[in-house]
Design a protein around this ligand. Structure first.
Ligand code: PMP
Length: 408
């Protein structure tokens, strides 16, 4: 857009208008403020493992640093990591990707950024099943796209139904996002639902699919994770299968994500990456390579702990008046509904008109930080991360129960 008046001071771009920090961060910031004031705050607002990164990954990073693996890495990732990812896709997902169909980036978040940047023209629509991870619509909008919600209701176990998808697809649709197991609901979409989604996609050949499988290892109750690209091989070339080390291996700070997809798109994403970040840290890539090769047992141990905590949350939330809670079968979140609490008043005199009010009052009065469902596109719900120590979760549940019981 042309600048019509003389600028008298440095300014931000027009793109920044409407570009808000995710609500997850806003809640954590308030929690930090209260903690700095000496309050005993429990934050269940952030989605990150509470475990340490497995030792073998840390050792590999240390050795890489000492061994001079400190030059710029290849833009698309170091060969050993790409090979480990290739093997992982083959063994765990039944997906065959050539090495030039795989790339590594600074987290799955940057994979998403690269993918949207490489494909979106102004006005292109991005179908985002709600509730969603907040970065999907924010990033789509930032890069000129128009996010289009499609509700995955609690009655449908927060899964996307083919008929609902069909209603929102248009000739302007550029992307469909799929995130199973899901942040924020913990839903694991069934094979049947995925097959029916694939059937709809066959009628829309221009649509790319971003299959965010970052929580794939965290599935419980005997559930199985399915990769859409494996279920629908005829669609494989328009599906990006995205994943990363952050959740599976408790490595969010190392910033390693990876993806498999068609060569044309991967090449375009590499162009963006080469001109923006130059790729992911070589040290982190060495750590992630070791994690992919050697940490299956660590993953199993962490999974056991998440499952135990999940049971604890399920128990706690099923006994709270006015609260409903579907049993999450994946990831490390619960997404309880609080319809029965709306219209009530908290012990501290705060009127609860919506889930934002609930989350704020809970934080101010019981010092527990959770994220209101509206941030994820479906209200009135709360997203609660149970990636925290058992004792901390127990105390948090007690406080939430107290808060709910005192509502009048
Ligand atoms: N996808 C989903 C669904 C997530 O919840 C997150 C992290 N909150 C990410 C991607 C980002 O992962 P990374 O750390 O690899 O950027």
């Amino acid at each position: 857009m042309a600048i019509t008046s003389l600028q008298t001071e440095p300014s931000l771009s027009l793109k920044m208008e409407g570009f808000q920090a995710p609500a997850t961060i806003a809640m954590s910031m308030r929690a930090r403020e209260l903690a700095a004031q000496g309050k005993d705050v429990i934050s269940l607002a952030l989605g990150q493992p509470d475990f340490f990164t497995p030792r073998v990954a840390c050792d590999a990073a240390y050795e890489a640093a000492l061994d001079g693996k400190t030059k710029y890495p290849p833009i698309d990732g170091i060969l050993s990591l790409k090979q480990a990812v290739q093997q992982k896709f083959k063994q765990e997902n039944n997906l065959n990707y050539a090495l030039d169909e795989i790339m590594v980036a600074n987290g799955a978040k940057q994979i998403l950024f690269n993918a949207f940047m490489a494909t979106l023209n102004d006005g292109d629509e991005v179908v985002v099943p709600a509730p969603y991870w907040t970065s999907y619509p924010i990033m789509a909008r930032f890069l000129g796209g128009i996010p289009v919600d499609v509700i995955c209701s609690e009655e449908n176990n927060f899964s996307l139904k083919a008929a609902d998808l069909r209603k929102v697809l248009t000739d302007k649709t550029k992307w469909l996002i799929i995130n199973s197991p899901s942040n924020p609901t913990g839903a694991v979409w069934s094979k049947q639902d995925l097959l029916e989604i694939a059937e709809v996609l066959r009628d829309y050949p221009q649509v790319w699919v971003f299959a965010d499988e970052i929580y794939e290892h965290l599935v419980f109750d005997g559930q199985v994770h399915y990769s859409l690209a494996a279920l629908a091989p005829d669609l494989k070339d328009r599906i990006l299968t995205a994943n990363g080390a952050s959740k599976t291996y408790a490595m969010p700070g190392w910033r390693i994500g990876y993806v498999g997809g068609t060569k044309i798109l991967i090449k375009a994403m590499m162009k963006i990456q080469s001109n923006s970040t130059s790729g992911a840290s070589s040290i982190s890539q060495a750590a992630a390579t070791a994690a992919l090769h050697h940490c299956a047992n660590d993953v199993e141990e962490m999974k056991k702990a998440y499952d135990r905590r999940r049971q604890m949350m399920k128990e706690a939330f099923s006994n709270m008046p006015g609260v409903t809670c579907a049993v999450p079968q994946g990831a490390f979140y619960v997404y309880p509904g609080i319809k029965g609490c709306i219209g009530k008043t908290s012990a501290g005199g705060r009127k609860i008109e919506n889930d934002q009010d609930f989350a704020e009052a809970l934080l101010e009065e019981q010092y527990v930080a959770v994220v209101p469902g509206h941030a994820f596109g479906l209200s009135p719900y709360l997203r609660i991360s149970y990636a925290a120590d058992d004792a901390v979760l127990e105390e948090a549940c007690k406080r939430i129960a107290k808060f709910v019981e005192q509502l009048t």
